[in-house]
Design a protein around this ligand. Sequence first.
Ligand code: NAD
Length: 425
Amino acid sequence: MRKTEDLNPYKIALEQLDEAAKKIDLDKNLHEKLKYPKRTLIVSIPIYMDDGTVRVFEGYRVQHSLERGPAKGGVRYHPDVTLDEVKALAMWMTWKCAVVNIPFGGAKGGVVCDPAAMTERELERLTRRYTSEIGIIIGPEKDIPAPDVNTNPKIMSWMMDTYSMNKGYSVPGVVTGKPLDIGGSKGRLHATGKGVAAVTEDILSQKGISVSGATAAIQGFGNVGSWTARFLYDKGCRITGITDISGGVFDPKGIDVPKLIEYTSGKKIPSLEGYPESEFEKNPEEANRRLIGSEVDVLIPAALESQITSRNAEMIKASVIVEAANGPTTPNASNILEKRGVTVIPDILANAGGVTVSYFEWVQDLQSNFWKEKDIDASLIDIMKTAFKDVSDISRSEKVDMRMAAYMLAVGRVAKAAKLRGLYP
Ligand code: NAD
């Protein structure tokens, strides 16, 4: 094992691709092609701050692959965003769309900024200028952004409006995760959490555990963490710990999730801080340490990358980890968990519900024909359960863990499309 663990997400993504390529005996030339993003755009985003000064932010849009269709992927606003992180997230989007077999390639965007320290007007100016700058490579038939960490339906409205203003007509299909009134889809807001809950139920049932008697701990209580918690709670799962950037809420008898959602969503920036109904641990590091070592059936990281590393993988007592976040487990930690017999449902499968309903939203926008929520939810569950079964079958037949099985399926599908299309010119 290496002495110090390299947490660079792009290096991790390349390592994962290399391992899958070896397993499926991927053609060397195709392997070489898939290592690189197709397009990388770095933009400067100068905006007026509310005090009249100009500040310049750095932003990125990376398209990893367009082999199976237009590129698709979220936009992240965070002070720690780096180009390598966005490149990794774009590559993971390619594999994710392929695992659930939807006709998209992978992309991702990011802006280095701290939204918590900005006003709404500043965030709007930032979003509009960023959208204009990346406008040369996005579009409904080219690349379709969506929400990710610290971005939401309101930000998607500004992106859609800015792109439309530059075109001279409304283009709802340029982004997904929009509010319903401007071409958003029913079911999109909760889609990722619904998908995470569905695969959690599947893996528990494979292990002979009923979700209604199970226990879970969740890191992150934003869009993905809170909806995952809500769906698992509704299925009778007891959630004993939840953390976010402000600390953690713990209750061995089970957290009242609807009450917690009501509490956090009443704030300007949703936060667990000071929740009075259960024990609140206000030191975020201590809260995460406790959460990761929780005596639960399922641990669900739903925050950021590299949260489960070789430093804490030995502490994990859960027998199942469902990766709701992108890239939460490092390769070293994955090896430790595999040796310890912990089952990991990988991000590219577990959190694919969001992009699946984004695909439905895009189709609805292109057709100006909007579907019922019950049909959307049913199609989402059908796609997630099919993907879970496809990956499980490969895992069993090839005697590999679920992550490798998902990669074998995804890389194989993308490579097939790349081979059929050939190399231009
Ligand atoms: P979000 O901004 O809504 O929420 C992020 C949450 O993580 C917040 O509760 C924040 O406080 C918490 N957090 C941040 N740093 C933390 C830390 N060090 N410890 C504990 N909690 C911390 O973001 P989101 O949309 O819920 O995305 C979460 C993850 O899910 C990301 O990895 C994202 O890429 C992935 N994802 C999101 C979607 C989607 O539809 N939004 C889809 C697929 C994957």
